[in-house]
Design a protein around this ligand. Structure first.
Ligand SMILES: O=P(O)(O)OC[C@H]1O[C@H](OP(=O)(O)OP(=O)(O)O)[C@H](O)[C@@H]1O
Ligand SMILES: O=c1cc[nH]c(=O)[nH]1
Ligand SMILES: [Mg+2]
Length: 206
């Protein structure tokens, strides 16, 4: 249930976000480009409904997504993925979750949720560039499941094996779409080689 998007263009943008010399505007641009590719691949097998369309030349049959996913960026870092994901699925509903990891305990500290009340039968894409211990993602998915969600995709840029394993235990039905599975977490809970703190690199250190 883990899809690694390793298209050459995704690998090139991943290299940009990994590079410690990349400035904030360039980092944000690369996160947006990666999100476009990740969401594109995440929707590859999405069901479509055929719809009639008239070209300047003839009538034909087109297609539209049968069920556009609800998009849920996880603040802060996931905000940098929101616009690009929304551009891919313009009709999507968007909810928001705020959670900050306590950097001492590595436990997620929730501070905000703004989600549709009923997610039953609706695909949901959680947008967060970093899946490290998996605590923040597991918390977010708990909120979604409490609202009836049963078709959840975690869209990430960098995933650690530890976070993937945790989701496999706590939420085995969740699909993960990521640009890379990295080596491990270090003693501070950062992904190695990773890209550092995705929130700080987009928005500045708090
Ligand atoms: O898998 P975990 O161990 O929970 O770590 C991953 C979380 O850490 C980062 O957010 P952070 O807590 O730094 O908040 P921020 O986006 O506001 O910087 C990242 O965006 C994830 O939400
Ligand atoms: O490497 C990491 C781990 C958690 N959160 C980040 O932003 N980066
Ligand atoms: Mg952060």
């Amino acid at each position: 249930m883990t899809l690694v998007v390793d298209h050459p263009l995704a690998r090139a943008r991943l290299t940009t976000v990994r590079d410690a010399r990349t400035d904030r505007p360039t980092f944000r641009d690369a996160v947006r480009d990666l999100t476009t590719m990740l969401v594109y691949e995440a929707l590859r097998d999405a069901p479509v409904t055929e719809t009639p369309v008239t070209t300047p030349v003839a009538d034909t049959v087109g297609a539209e997504l049968t069920a556009p996913p609800v998009l849920v960026p996880v603040l802060r870092a996931g905000l940098g993925m929101a616009t690009a994901a929304h551009a891919q699925v313009p009709g999507a509903l968007m909810g928001f979750v705020g959670v900050a990891r306590d950097e001492e305990t590595l436990q997620p500290t929730p501070y905000m949720e703004s989600l549709p009340g009923d997610l039953a039968g609706r695909p949901v894409f959680v947008l967060d560039p970093m899946l490290a211990t998996g605590g923040s993602m597991a918390h977010t998915i708990d909120l979604l499941v409490a609202r009836g969600a049963d078709d959840v995709t975690a869209v990430c840029v960098v995933a650690a094996p530890e976070g993937i394993a945790r989701l496999g235990e706590q939420h085995p039905d969740v699909r993960i779409v990521t640009a890379t599975i990295d080596e491990r977490l270090n003693e501070s809970g950062y992904i190695v080689p990773g890209l550092g703190d995705a929130g700080d690199r987009q928005f500045g250190a708090m």
